[in-house]
Design a protein around this ligand. Structure first.
Ligand code: PLP
Length: 306
């Protein structure tokens, strides 16, 4: 394993119990696993999903990794920083044309030493694009967007072991690629239900790429999805969501991001209010980090200070 300083400190993750009238009334207990606390840049689940790719790249004596993401990608910024610490070069293929001026996220990514290449949305979504990139950079390990794949799942299988997780009836997480959720399902116990809240908009309950991915890669079937909390699609938001996030911070001191964990906590609290969980349910919510994504918001849209 990579032995360098300034990597995330998994020991900094802790469990926070929520106290709330709604929860007391519903007799539902909620604990939050604060993965957002392990590192400021290689935040949350991204570290778990990346570590074995970096390990593979080092073992295979590659020069570095090449990976993919949008201009505000938590995965790209985490990859850039973690690669640098691991002594690996990194190439980031960014979705969309090169912007005239860089977002804070892109500037940071570049300052951590990642070489940025921009790909038109057509190229980026093209099936053969990955093959082209692989051929262009044969001395770099290709890591799929979001760390999707075996090594990502393997790292995510470690998340639950940060706490005494056997006490929970439900474990709930946000879902992008489904890599983290698959790792969580694989390490969960038979009496537990893992619920994923997709942040992309899918046709209700029909087969979709994310559900297919989890079903294909999970070693058990104790999981389900709640499809109603996407807010019209990936990185889409409205006043209701941002208002919830500010209020949730005021009540519990937990910052969330509007792409992933804002939708996650909104969804769980809505389900509790709707009586979805039986009394005495004990829920563990995975706070998967990703707070830097809020930097794409105009100032003042979130109130995260007391
Ligand atoms: C990337 C990310 C996710 C999604 O993880 P997947 O493994 O792709 O499903 C969830 N939460 C946060 C904060 C993220 O940055």
């Amino acid at each position: 394993m990579i032995q360098l300083t300034n990597l995330p400190d998994q020991g900094k993750a802790f469990v926070q119990t929520l106290d709330d009238v709604l929860l007391r009334k519903s007799q539902v207990g909620i604990d939050v696993l604060r993965l957002d606390k392990i590192h400021t840049i290689i935040s949350g689940n991204k570290w778990f999903k990346l570590k074995y790719y970096l390990d593979d790249a080092l073992k295979q004596r590659r020069k570095g990794i090449v990976t993919f993401g949008g201009p505000y990608s938590n995965h790209l910024i985490a990859s850039a920083y973690a690669s640098r610490i691991a002594g690996l070069h990194s190439i980031g293929i960014v979705r969309g044309e090169r912007p005239k001026s860089f977002s804070q996220t892109l500037s940071d990514i570049e300052s951590y030493g990642m070489t940025l290449k921009f790909a038109s949305r057509d190229d980026y979504g093209n099936e053969h694009f990955k093959t082209t990139i692989k051929a262009l950079y044969p001395d770099h390990l290709l890591v799929e967007e979001g760390g999707r794949g075996r090594a990502g799942i393997r790292g995510a299988e470690e998340i639950l072991h940060l706490t005494a997780f056997d006490q929970y009836s439900h474990i709930i997480c946000a879902v992008g690629t489904g890599t983290m959720m698959t790792g969580i399902v694989n390490s969960s116990l038979p009496h537990q239900t893992v619920i994923g809240i997709p942040v992309l908009k899918f046709d209700q309950s029909n087969s979709n790429t994310v559900a297919d991915f989890v079903t294909l890669n999970a070693s058990s079937e104790n999981f389900a999805f709640q499809y109603d909390f996407h807010f019209e699609g990936y990185a889409k938001k409205n006043k209701g969501l941002l208002g919830f996030m500010s209020d949730f911070y005021k009540r519990h001191g937990i910052p969330t991001d509007f792409v992933y964990t804002g939708k996650l906590f909104y969804g769980v609290m809505k389900l509790v209010g709707d009586g979805f969980f039986n009394p005495d349910s004990k829920i563990l919510i995975i706070h998967s980090g990703g707070l830097q994504g809020n930097r794409s918001l105009p100032e003042g849209q979130l109130q995260f200070s007391e």
